[in-house]
Write a protein that binds this ligand. Structure first.
Ligand code: PGA
Length: 256
């Protein structure tokens, strides 16, 4: 983390978990254990049908609610899809884009790029995910792969909007497996992502962008990961489903 230059962000990704009723219960518990005082930024990205319950529960708090995807088009004949302006109107601040689980369903870098541009135009904060597979890591092409994902994903994002983008580095082999990247492994890639941003947008912007780590981050390993200079927070799946565990990660970020 480097609080002098950029925000620390702890974001939960619920994936396809919890009903609206369970969302309400979680939020009630989470609010009851929220510490007073200064905080890092906290986001909870939830299934679309849970957004109203989450927004209602967190209205008077500093927790931002987010979605897990959006469509790149403004409106039209896209059955089952959700547009960025609908998310904004429902009270969302954030949207996760390009998660590896969605890429596995066929989402390309070009799709992710179109969604990032739409999200920004609508005033949402995109949390753009990148990450390599185990095979790619073993082949030694991690940096090359991630550089390509960043360049294609951010294509056409103007300088005045890039500061809003949050990048999440999530090695696919670490997601939901309990196999967290070591702090050194995670830092190495997050640092290289910042170098790519520097080349694209200059040093000042690179210094201001928040880069998160995700992949089996939990209340036990968060502190060491967040101690790395280029890891500005976490995107948390499994551990964000438990209010107490998620709060422990937020507390680790607040201590650092
Ligand atoms: P995990 O998921 O924390 O359960 O590994 C992270 C993510 O997929 O964003």
């Amino acid at each position: 983390m480097n609080r002098k230059y950029r925000k620390t962000v702890i974001a939960g990704n619920w994936k396809m978990n919890k009903t609206p009723s369970e969302t309400k219960e979680f939020m009630t518990e989470f609010k009851s254990i929220m510490p007073k005082g200064r905080w890092c930024d906290v986001a909870l990205c939830v299934p679309a049908v849970c957004i109203p319950a989450a927004v209602r529960a967190m209205r008077e708090t500093r927790i931002g609610i987010g979605a897990e995807n959006c469509n790149a088009n403004a409106s039209g004949a896209y059955t089952g899809e959700i547009a960025a302006n609908m998310l904004v109107d429902a009270g969302c601040k954030y949207v996760i884009l390009g998660h590896s689980e969605r890429r596995a369903m066929g989402e390309t870098n070009e799709d992710v790029n179109a969604k990032v541009l739409t999200a920004l135009e609508n005033g949402l904060v995109p949390i753009m995910c990148v990450g390599e597979s185990l095979e790619q890591r073993e082949q030694g092409i991690t940096e090359e792969w991630i550089t390509m994902q960043i360049k294609l994903g951010l294509a056409g994002v103007p300088e005045d909007k890039i500061r809003k983008v949050i990048i999440a580095y999530e090695p696919i082999w670490a997601i939901g497996t309990g196999l967290t990247a070591t702090p050194d492994q995670a830092e190495e890639v997050c640092e290289s992502i910042r170098t790519v941003i520097r080349k694209l947008y200059g040093a000042k912007i690179a210094r201001a962008i928040s880069i998160l780590y995700g992949g089996s981050m939990n209340e036990k390993n968060a502190y060491d990961l967040l101690a790395q200079p280029d890891i500005d927070g976490g995107l948390i799946g499994g551990a964000s489903l438990d209010a107490g565990k998620f709060m422990d990660i937020v507390n680790a970020a607040n201590q650092g």
